[in-house]
Design a protein around this ligand. Structure first.
Ligand SMILES: Cc1cc2nc3c(=O)[nH]c(=O)nc-3n(C[C@H](O)[C@H](O)[C@H](O)COP(=O)(O)OP(=O)(O)OC[C@H]3O[C@@H](n4cnc5c(N)ncnc54)[C@H](O)[C@@H]3O)c2cc1C
Ligand code: FES
Ligand code: FES
Length: 475
């Protein structure tokens, strides 16, 4: 058991011992640590809740297989205790010996900065892409900057500055990491506690002992909640570095995905099996959020408008729920039990998602309806998967978000479509079925009438897209 963490900060080894550093807590955000603890104020504080990107930093760490991965992350969301064994690079560490990094130089020369408030965040997003040796194309820059707001320069000059860059090869692999030390971190001060286990067995033991402690994985929900509630006391189990919860495995006809693998990694893996996932999950929050946020964190929140559960429902996914000494597998359809409620017991965790490998006749349509492409919560979501057998629809699975107090399937629609011919008439008739199944609500994201109209129209969009895809593939 240890009371300290060790990491690299801009290449310099750092040790924070929480027993002796009275001003520092493992549950303070990395942004608070940088700005208030170290007076490294290059990292800016904007919204404090993951929306603006002014606080973006670069984080190098080992993935579940021990490989070094380097990601942009929001320092206003991740917690100081999460830095253990990692290398944090801030905007102060980008220029070397007074010489600007090519990203900074290009932004300067091509007028990619005016007031400069967003610039450190823009630099860190682009720098992370650069040291990962990735190409700067219009499409990749849009994704890289999906979490960075600029309110005065105008995005085009930032875009031009980044498009003018060329990535040299071989730089990313040079980012060092400290020696790995997986001793558990245990911290208590006053009414606050922070426990960081490094393996599943230990986590389940702590969860049994402290069922009321809040687990933190990507911290994108927990940190926003704490900011809104302004509550600095915390009782936290940090599960962000438990490799068993990030592993991916193919077992028989199923893809097993660790519950706390990042959404960005889930996107990459699932889109190999379900091509539509790439576009669908690219609209989830922003790249820095997706680099840390997890599927478990999303379904735990049980939001009616979360993007993950409708997708899982349409894939026919199951979840493995575990506690010390036992596990159970439940269908995702059984997970939500009411508004913001689910069946997870206090001593249980979500260990993994079990997602069927689709057969070659299976099709999947995923659509998130939101006002903006990036960084927007959905008004409603429609996901549907089915098998096409000689022109007939079979084995239909649906997932709707934003149409009811919980994300849920439409069994009536599934029944209606089953056995019918795959043609426009079938999907036109299905509009009335959807209208009967849901009585939607009006809120700031959309009126009930709007939601229902979109839900009906999406049936036709679904038909057209699947037809186009099959015509194009010659099936
Ligand atoms: C700016 C911003 C934009 C967002 N955009 C979107 C969006 O477009 N679409 C969308 O759907 N959501 C969005 N979200 C919501 C949020 O990012 C997701 O819900 C995210 O997936 C939460 O995952 P996390 O790992 O960060 O959760 P955390 O904050 O770490 O944890 C949240 C909760 O989940 C529980 N939990 C985590 N892992 C487990 C586990 N293995 N077993 C049991 N319980 C667990 C924790 O105990 C905690 O109570 C957004 C959030 C922010 C801040
Ligand atoms: S301060 Fe706005 S995203 Fe962190
Ligand atoms: S330069 Fe002013 S907000 Fe971007």
């Amino acid at each position: 058991m240890k009371s300290s963490i060790k990491f690299l900060l801009n290449g310099v080894p750092k040790e924070v011992d929480f027993k002796t550093s009275a001003q520092l807590y493992p549950h303070m955000t990395v942004m608070q640590y940088l700005r208030e603890g170290l007076k490294l104020t290059g990292t800016k504080e904007g919204c404090g809740i993951g929306d603006c990107g002014a606080c973006t930093v670069c984080l190098a760490e080992r993935d579940e297989n021990g490989n070094t991965v380097i990601n942009s992350v929001n320092s206003c969301l991740i917690l100081l205790g999460m830095l253990d064994n990692k290398h944090l690079i801030t905007v102060e560490g980008v220029a070397k010996n007074g010489v600007l990094h090519p990203v900074q130089k290009s932004l300067l020369e091509r007028r990619g900065s005016q007031c400069g408030f967003c610039t450190p965040g823009v630099v860190m997003s682009a720098y992370t892409h650069y040291i990962n040796n990735k190409e700067f194309t219009r499409e990749s820059v849009e994704s890289v900057l999906s979490g960075n707001l600029c309110r005065c320069t105008g995005y085009e000059s930032i875009m031009e500055a980044l498009l003018a860059l060329e990535s040299p090869s071989g730089v990313g692999t040079k980012v060092k990491l400290p020696q790995l030390n997986c001793e558990e971190l245990v911290f208590t001060r006053g009414s606050s506690s922070y426990i960081k286990p490094y393996d599943l067995e230990s986590l389940l033991k702590y969860k049994a002992e402290f069922p009321m402690y809040e687990m933190v994985s990507g911290a994108s929900d927990v940190s926003v909640k704490r900011k809104v509630e302004e509550n600095f006391d915390a009782k936290i189990i940090d599960i962000s570095d438990i490799n068993e919860l990030k592993r991916v495995d193919i077992q028989g006809k199923n893809i097993i995905i660790g519950s706390n693998l990042s959404i960005e990694s889930v996107k990459d893996i699932l889109s190999r099996y379900y091509p539509g996932v790439e576009e669908y999950l690219s609209a989830f929050a922003s790249l820095p959020i997706r680099n840390k946020a997890s599927m478990a964190g999303s379904v735990y929140g049980a939001s009616a408008v979360g993007d993950i559960m409708p997708m899982l429902l349409a894939m026919g996914a199951k979840m493995k729920l575990s506690c010390a000494g036992s596990s159970r597998v439940v269908d995702c359809r059984e997970f939500n039990s009411g508004y913001r409620k689910h069946i997870l017991q206090e001593n249980e965790i979500i260990e993994s998602f079990i997602i069927p490998v689709p057969g070659k006749d299976r099709v999947l349509f995923l659509h998130k309806q939101s006002k903006r492409k990036d960084m927007d919560i959905s008004a409603m979501t429609f996901c549907i998967g089915f098998k096409l057998d000689k022109g007939f629809i079979k084995d239909v699975l649906t997932g709707y978000g934003g149409m009811a107090p919980i994300p849920r399937p439409s069994p009536i629609l599934e029944q209606f479509l089953t056995g019918r011919l795959f043609n426009e008439e079938t999907f036109t008739l299905a509009k009335d079925v959807v209208a009967k199944d849901f009585s939607t609500i009006s809120d700031m994201r959309g009126s009930a009438g709007y939601r229902m109209m979109v839900a009906k129209n999406l049936l036709i969009k679904c038909f057209n897209e699947i037809k186009r895809g099959r015509d194009g593939s010659g099936n």
